[in-house]
Write a protein that binds this ligand. Structure first.
Ligand SMILES: [Zn+2]
Length: 404
């Protein structure tokens, strides 16, 4: 039987009755009463039990995994850890799966006996209950703060753009950021494009925000003086930055704008990019009107090989398939979204991109590619242009030729 005895004192306890020598003495006495003689000591002197980041404990874990230990003995459970959660983690995830017998002398916990194992089970249940009660209490406390007091329930040490968060979630306006937000709303309802807003405000000396961030900002009701909890909005205690009229106008523009994504011919995201795998001709967009059951008219957009759509310009007809543009978007966007950072870096190093494109790439390598489905047409087009050379429509799928 290879036995590990684990002892710990924190700095404050070093002189008190938990001394290392006392712990070791008791544990050794226990071991000899069991007839265990192969003993290794693991001692953390001057470490707190509030986390598991202790050198001797780390070494013990390593030795357990290396099967160098059969049993672990501690003087008291709190020597192992002061957190019940960590204690259970060690017992349930480390000791039991590795067939380690675990003994805490003071509590008479001995996992080599059925009673000891039952105790662990009971402790687990109470620990679980405690965790859930804490979560629920925190939740209802936070809801009360938001709903009754209008406080901001975001991260404890983060401030939302435009404000500075005080101790309990009170928000005071950050003048510089406020100006930026006001300019974003004002320009957006005029220019109707995040990219244009971005360009204009950059010239005015404002910091650059990611398109995603601008989208989120324009929809954030925090700026009209509301606070949210779990998706619900309540009257906030802070001073609004944007008038409700301007906010609603921005929502209207955004809604209208979004419409383009569902297929006005204006959508040029894939222009000159999609080619036929059979005859090498370009794929072109066409719209087909359709009437819904409620009488509303909708237009669906498709892409088709030009030789198939307009055979009179050619000496032969093509029979390659027609694709729904939204399906193509989904497929291509997903592939762009899944691009590895390494391939972006390669593109950055090897390609002869323009300065704008290089800085876009650097941004995407750093922050990831924005959610393409939420981007406006300008951004979508720029990103597709940046990464994709051609999209070839085959009979059974599409092939993307990445730019290089
Ligand atoms: Zn074709």
């Amino acid at each position: 039987m290879k036995v590990a005895i684990y002892a710990r004192v924190s700095t404050e306890q070093q002189i008190e009755n938990y001394s290392i020598s006392l712990q070791k003495e008791r544990m050794r006495a226990f071991c000899s009463s069991k007839g265990w003689n192969d003993i290794t000591e693991y001692v953390d002197g001057g470490y707190s039990g509030s986390n598991l980041n202790r050198p001797a404990l780390r070494r013990l874990e390593k030795d357990i995994r290396a099967k160098k230990v059969d049993a672990v003995v501690v003087y008291r459970l709190d020597r192992l850890s002061r957190s019940q959660r960590d204690t259970l983690y060690l017992i349930e995830e480390m000791f039991l799966p590795n067939g380690i017998e675990f003994i805490s002398i003071s509590e008479t916990i001995d996992t080599s006996t059925p009673f000891g194992r039952a105790m662990i089970g009971i402790m687990s249940i109470f620990a679980q209950l405690e965790r859930e009660t804490i979560t629920e209490r925190l939740r209802s406390g936070r809801l009360k703060m938001v709903k009754d007091e209008g406080l901001w329930a975001g991260g404890a040490d983060a401030s939302p753009y435009g404000y500075t968060r005080l101790a309990r979630g009170e928000l005071v306006i950050n003048e510089k950021e406020r100006d930026h937000i006001v300019r974003i709303f004002e320009e957006y309802v005029l220019l109707k494009s995040y990219i244009k807003v971005q360009k204009k405000l950059k010239r005015e000396g404002f910091p650059e925000l990611r398109p995603q961030r601008i989208t989120a900002l324009l929809k954030n009701r925090l700026y009209i003086g509301e606070v949210s909890f779990a998706g619900e909005w309540f009257k906030g205690a802070h001073e609004p930055i944007i008038s409700t009229e301007l906010f609603n106008e921005a929502q209207r523009v955004n809604e209208h704008f979004k419409g383009y994504n569902f297929g006005k011919i204006k959508n040029n995201v894939f222009r000159q990019k999609v080619v036929c795998g059979c005859c090498k001709e370009n794929y072109v967009v066409y719209g087909a009107n359709s009437k819904l059951a409620n009488g509303d008219k909708v237009t669906y957009y498709y892409m088709i090989c030009r030789r198939r759509k307009m055979p009179r310009y050619y000496d032969s007809k093509c029979h390659n398939r027609t694709i729904k543009r939204s399906d193509l978007e989904d497929e291509v966007f997903a592939r762009i979204q899944n691009l590895e950072k390494s391939s972006m870096k390669k593109l950055l190093i090897e390609s002869e991109k323009s300065n704008t494109e290089r800085s876009m790439l650097q941004k995407y390598i750093k922050n990831g590619i924005p959610n393409l489905w939420e981007c406006n047409l300008d951004t979508q087009t720029a990103i597709v242009d940046l990464f994709i050379d051609k999209i070839i429509v085959q009979e059974d799928g599409i092939q993307v030729i990445w730019s290089q």
